[in-house]
Write a protein that binds this ligand. Structure first.
Ligand SMILES: *Cc1c(COP(=O)(O)O)cnc(C)c1O
Length: 445
């Protein structure tokens, strides 16, 4: 079953629904080619907040958070804050009863700003600085996932007993995703290798630190992972390691964190991640392996980031110009790689929709490009748009809630766009857009 089937739409809209399944569930068709997100017309949002703007549908975020909790009620679901970190979203996550992953003192500061309960926070990171560790200890975060021997030593001397820790393990599973976000394979910067024995060595180091209390193991095989079998294999291997540790140290670790990385469809026709299948297969695999090693079943944690917020986000752009190239038509918009670097980082693909006017013009493939000074600043190559697309048109790009706002930059001294929350017909500025004054404020000449 897919997420959309698991969780029925909240409230039924009188408006017609979109046929593509890459928009938030209650996105509706409005008048004259308009779209309504969270009950608010996109043309109105563009007029009120300008473009580019990031929009986030609160109900969709909450619905997705609930779907994960319902699919695995026995597990802890920790939202990976790096996907989209701001006070409002972290508050929604808290209200929905999820835990929270942070990777830095900065992400922790957002959690602290909304009083997110410390015991439900997990801190990750392959290179936490002393400041990150001090901030985590200062706030009393529930668990720190240790990722290097140096960190274990440092944390050991900074922390007070019992600072709970998990050991990050590289289980040697190829999740078959983009190389830049495949974090479970051997020979990389994250974690301790299971195969080489480094993970067991790390456990010995933790046990030698009187201030640390080892409560479990952690792995994260990658991001935008579509295959349930990859998670299943990782889970089996991790239970194997739990068993080896039990044999060597008599340890019974109560927690097993299997990370996140659940894929979302970016283009119409791409599959939804099989969340129910994942839950069932991982549950069965963990129970089976535990039984065969005579281990109690640990409490599982999963860490979805992208799949909670990605499909809840839409970005609005205004067309600046249309240019005929040698072979292609370029549609240039008022944003680009500063608000969405994913196409240049991972070759990510998006679909684009004209919003706010009706046209009978046939659709033809165009290349939507950004405003930045690089030829590689392409937002969407070969996307069908109406032939009469022109300057001033409004474009909407779905599935832009995760790793957009959080990856944005000021390249070309362009201010980062605002993040606007929409819910039940009301729009709220969650993070205001950056102004030139903001950009100059840090520049001390
Ligand atoms: C990035 C990350 C996640 C979330 O990944 P998604 O692809 O956004 O679900 C979870 N856990 C860890 C440790 C991560 O680094």
């Amino acid at each position: 079953m897919t997420l959309a089937e698991l969780v029925p739409s909240l409230g039924s809209s009188l408006q017609a629904k979109l046929s593509e399944r890459i928009w938030p569930l209650d996105t509706a068709l409005g008048h004259d080619g308009d779209l309504l997100l969270g009950g608010v017309p996109l043309t109105r949002l563009a007029a009120q907040f300008g473009t580019p703007s990031y929009l986030i549908d609160e109900n969709e975020v909450r619905r997705r958070a609930r779907a994960y909790r319902q699919a695995m009620p026995e597990a802890e679901v920790a939202y990976a804050g790096k996907a989209l970190s701001c006070k409002a979203v972290v508050r929604w996550i808290d209200e929905e009863g999820l835990s929270l992953d942070v990777c830095s003192a900065g992400e922790l500061a957002v959690a602290r700003a909304v009083g997110f309960p410390a015991e439900r926070i997990v801190m990750h990171g392959n290179a936490k600085t002393p400041d990150d560790l001090k901030a985590a200890i200062g706030y009393g975060v529930g668990r720190i996932v240790v990722d290097s021997l140096d960190e274990i030593d440092q944390l050991g001397s900074l922390a007070r007993y019992p600072q709970r820790v998990l050991v990050r393990v590289t289980p040697g599973v190829d999740a078959r995703t983009h190389r830049a976000i495949a974090t479970g394979v051997e020979d990389q910067k994250f974690g301790f290798s299971l195969a080489s024995g480094a993970a067991e060595d790390a456990v010995r180091h933790v046990l030698a630190q009187p201030s640390l209390r080892l409560v479990g193991l952690h792995c994260h095989i990658g991001s935008q992972v579509t295959r349930v079998a990859s998670f299943e294999l990782a889970a089996r291997r991790m239970v194997g390691l739990l068993a080896a540790l039990h044999a060597e140290h008599g340890l019974t670790l109560p927690q097993l964190d299997l990370g996140g990385g659940f894929a979302v469809p970016y283009l119409d026709g791409e599959d939804e991640f099989d969340l129910t299948g994942f839950a069932n297969r991982v549950r069965v695999a963990v129970h089976y392996e535990c039984q065969s090693h005579r281990l109690p079943v640990p409490r599982l944690t999963i860490e979805p980031g992208r799949s909670i917020v990605g499909p809840a986000g839409v970005t609005l752009y205004r067309v600046v110009n249309v240019k005929q190239g040698g072979a292609r038509t370029f549609v240039a918009v008022d944003g680009g790689m500063s608000d969405n670097p994913r196409p240049s980082l991972y070759g990510a693909r998006y679909s684009v929709r004209l919003v706010g006017r009706h046209t009978r013009a046939p659709r033809r493939p165009v290349t939507v490009v950004g405003r930045h000074c690089e030829a590689g600043d392409v937002l969407a190559a070969d996307v069908p748009l109406p032939q009469d697309i022109r300057a001033g048109d409004l474009l909407a790009v779905p599935c832009t809630g995760a790793y957009h706002h959080s990856l944005a930059s000021n390249y070309n001294q362009v201010g980062r766009p605002p993040l606007i929350g929409v819910r039940d017909g009301v729009a709220t500025v969650l993070v205001r857009g950056e102004t030139e004054d903001d950009l100059l404020a840090r520049d001390l000449g």
